[in-house]
Design a protein around this ligand. Sequence first.
Ligand code: 13P
Length: 250
Amino acid sequence: MQKNPIIAGNWKMYKTINETLDFLKILSTSLNNQRADVYIAPSFTSLHAAKKAVKGSKIKIGAQNMHYESEGAFTGEISFKMLKEIDVDFVILGHSERRVVFKEDDCLINKKVLTALNSNLKTILCIGESEKQREDKMTNEVLEEMLTKNLLNVSKHQMENIIIAYEPIWAIGTGKTATSEIAECAHLHIRKVLTKLYNKDVANNTYILYGGSVKPNNIEKLLQEHNIDGALIGGASLKVDSFLEIINKS
Ligand code: 13P
C-alpha cells in the first residue's frame, strides 16, 4: 500500500436511524489522527441523519446504490438528484448482491456509473468473480470484462472519482478471506487492465480496495500488499469496536 488507506463500511440492510446515530457518535469521538480515510454507507433512510451527524468529522457518508435517471416512474428507486440534495460523499455501485440478487447487468451498472460521475459523485465500483469462475481459472478474464463494460465511456479525468473494490463473491460474508497473495494478484491485474484502458498514471492513482471477510485480524496483512489501498467491509463494520480496530490497524 502506498496511499493513505480508505476503510469503508458497507452496512447493507442493517441498522435503523437510531442505531446509525449511536454508532456514528462513538466512531466520530474515537477518531483523532488515524491515517485511514473513513467511509460509511448506511441505509437510504439513515443517510440524511448520518450526514448531519458526521459534520465536522472526517467520516464520509455514501449510498449503497442509486438509479441512473434523475427522476421518473421508477417505483422504489432513489436518484442521484436525491442523493446530491443531502450532499452524500459517494455511492457504491455494482455490488455483487446487486448483480446476483437483483440481476443488475454490466450495461445497467455502466449507466449508473456514468450518471454518478456526470454529477460529480465519487463512485465505489465493485467487481469480483464467483467461486465457479475462480475454479475455472476465469478470474482475470471476468475482472477485465467487468472493468471494460462498467467503465465504458468513462473519461480519464472522470477516473479521479472512481474507486474500485475487488470483492470476490466467494469471500463475501463467508468468513473465507482471500489470502493477501490472492487479493494482491487480482489487484495487480486490475491495475494492468486500467493501464490498458487508460494509462499508467490512472492505474496507479486509482484506489483499489479489497472486500470479503475483512476483520481486525487480517487487515494488516492485506494492507501490507503493494496494490491494496484499503478495504470495503461488511460484517466487521457493523460493530463499532471491530470497525475502529480495523481503522486503528490501517
Ligand atoms: P463481509 O465483510 O461481510 O464479507 O462483506 C463484504 C462486502 O460485501 C462489502 O461490500
